[in-house]
Design a protein around this ligand. Sequence first.
Ligand code: HEC
Length: 366
Amino acid sequence: MMRAIGSGLLALGIALCIAWPEPVQSHGSLTTTVLFDREIVRILNQRCVMCHMEKGLSFPLETYEQTWLQGRAMRASVLRRHMPPWPAVAGYGEFLNDNHLTVRESQFLVSWVEGLGPRNGGRVFLNVIDPKTAATKEIRATPHTDHWQLGEPDLLRPLQPIAIDAKAGDTTTKVVVDLGLAAARQVRALEFMPGDRRVVRAATFSLESTGQWLGSWTPWHGFVSLPEGVAYRLPARSRVVVDVHLRGATEQTIDRSTLGVFFATAPDTRAATDLVVDKPVRLTRETRVWAIQPENVAGLSALEVSARRPDGGTDVLLALTEPPAEWPTPYLLKTPRLLSRGTEVFAVARSSTAQSRQVRVRLSRY
Ligand code: HEC
């Protein structure tokens, strides 16, 4: 009996020795277990580095040193929900291109900054690598921006180069692209490759003849891929209007972006069309909505897109608070939303002056 307790205690002692952290030897008190090399680099990779990189839209957050120096600003920006940009209210719909930090991710960032920003072993902070625990290779966030995410497009159309003046403010430029289609084609996806990532904030593609929304590019989601078995029907000689949203540059530059188009091969696809909601619209047939594209959110403090079912109940499809005009984005539904015939779809917007305002929202549906 005594033997058993004795060996039990011994085992506990060994376990404690293994699990107990080594004494802290840094110059400050370490109050976090969150490490740059482990948790922070993952968040930067998923949520920040596509904009915060060398030759990117904003200052780089790739290395430990770069990130450490921005710690306080990051904490403030994340708590204010200014970064990363994503105005959709959680709980109303799930989106493929959702870019918000989860509660856990923002807690990690805040805790890391407040705990003096340790790098790896948990025993160091500032710019010191713990030789015992450091990986042989420096851990850093890496942008993956130099390849087509959906594979090589069937059709590549370079945009006419856009000259950007030094010290120009934010602007939007329209570029028309002739797809060179000799016959009607079905399109299942579009992707965009910005020429100069320092200046391109976003791009929106639409069909010139009808204004139908075809897709968008944002730094965090570079393509639009239609649901399985669904395609756009593009007539012969279609031209696509690309609205390129540009950030003011500090030096003169020329952007050379490229539009990539992917064709559907199956003969029996369903056609995706736009439902334009600028006043309440009653559906005359059963419809599946897979993308929501508010057209102009400048000056809005809130926007809600809802569906009133024939039985009287209302479902909110999308709710935005303070959508930033400088980050136009569509909302790509994870699962297309089935709306039955007779449903009324409407959008309600409030401007910063608290008045309700008419807006135009395009729902892509089939
Ligand atoms: C879509 C691009 C984009 C993403 C994603 C993004 N940022 Fe930014 N960030 C910017 C731009 C551009 C600025 C410059 C200010 C502006 O234009 O709003 C900025 C500014 C900042 C600033 C300066 C203070 C401020 O709030 O303006 C901090 C700090 C920051 N970002 C941290 C982050 C962190 C941390 C992440 C990831 C969790 C992140 N950003 C994700 C584009 C982005």
